[in-house]
Write a protein that binds this ligand. Structure first.
Ligand code: FAD
Length: 305
């Protein structure tokens, strides 16, 4: 990793944002995961380009993360370079009813921006704790809204060549909690959304109401990655898990939430292994008892310890 760090420094990447042996538990909402060899906090498009060039020169693999709110990083951590794009590189601009956000902007910040501008289309998504970059990869959605309903264009760069790429229409390949972008080796840099003029008071009231519903129903007091499994067609993962008597089940510090069986939570000292073992037991029991195979919604990265 020394070569990688040397190239980053030589190319003027801000040294304070190059973090060797970065504990991924600090960069994921589940608060688990081993160390990344090197993590860089990205603040500009130029830095994305420098980081990708440095990784190519050093011959190390690249992983991109946003807010880490849909991730389980295994306990052995991540080899190579992690580009973290969250919080910085987060400008949002308006042009008529269209807004364009840099990929590090939080979905909540995009929704607040739209509200201030009197634009509707993101109110249902305001409580999703990810970035807009991670959001388009996952086609994040809630309460009947989904990014696919508003996203018209995604700008990205290729891991391998650093070339810019633009995705529109069918090339976005959006489906339920998935997109074609998920299978491309790209860094999402910008997301363009077509919104519509709305009544700010009505938008704010809907956002407040949905935030209240989240607080009431979801175990937000514990670290998690949101819904562990996707919703099987016509069914609810949480109900299936509950009906199998798994609510509250624990392995180590991981627990099927007693408040919402669709969430696995970290009660304090969970390891990624605890969470993955609990997921495996839940999947097997639900399959044995109901015949339904649950598909994980969370993305799993890194190596075992
Ligand atoms: C309490 C809680 C509630 C949640 N509620 C919801 C919900 O209602 N609906 C919902 O859909 N999700 C929900 N989630 C899950 C999560 O917030 C979403 O999936 C979100 O879109 C992930 O964004 P992120 O920035 O955290 O991405 P990460 O988790 O960091 O990454 C997700 C995926 O995107 C990739 N990625 C991230 N950024 C980029 C980028 N710039 N370029 C290329 N690839 C990138 C990563 O490699 C990874 O494969 C919830 C999570 C929590 C903790």
């Amino acid at each position: 990793m020394d070569t990688l760090i040397k190239v980053l420094v030589k190319e003027n990447f801000a040294p304070e944002r190059i973090l060797p042996d970065a504990p991924m538990s600090r960069y994921t909402t589940f608060r688990v995961g081993g160390k990344a060899d090197v993590l860089v906090n990205i603040a500009s498009a130029k830095e994305i380009s420098i980081a990708l060039t440095a990784a190519r020169k050093a011959g190390v693999p690249v992983t991109v993360i946003g807010n880490g709110s849909n991730l389980i990083v295994r306990d052995g951590g991540i080899r190579g370079l992690v580009l973290r794009i969250c919080g910085s590189f987060s400008e949002i601009q308006r042009d008529g009813d269209v807004i364009t956000a840099q990929s590090g902007a939080l979905i909540s910040a995009c929704a607040q921006f739209a509200l201030r501008e009197g634009l509707d289309g993101l109110a249902e998504l305001a409580g999703i704790p990810g970035t807009i970059g991670g959001g388009v990869i996952m086609n994040a959605g809630s309460y009947g809204g989904e990014l696919s309903q508003v996203v018209t264009r995604v700008d990205a760069v290729s891991f391998h060549t650093g070339e810019p790429r633009t995705y529109t229409g069918d090339a976005l390949g959006f489906g339920y909690r998935t997109s074609a972008l998920m299978h491309e080796d790209i860094v999402v840099t910008g997301v363009t959304m077509q919104l519509r003029t709305g009544d700010p008071d009505a938008i704010r009231a809907r956002m407040d109401d949905l935030a209240r519903q989240r607080r009431e129903k979801q175990p937000l007091e514990y670290p998690s990655a949101g819904s562990t499994f996707k919703r099987p067609e016509g069914l609810f993962a949480a109900k299936l898990i509950d009906d199998c008597g798994l609510r509250g089940m624990r392995i180590g510090g991981a627990q099927v939430s007693a408040k919402h069986a669709g969430f696995i939570v970290n009660t304090g000292d969970a390891t990624a292994e605890d969470i993955l073992n609990l997921m495996a037991i839940v999947r097997k029991r639900v399959l044995d008892d109901t015949g339904v195979l649950l598909d994980p919604e969370v993305r799993i990265l890194g190596e075992d310890a």
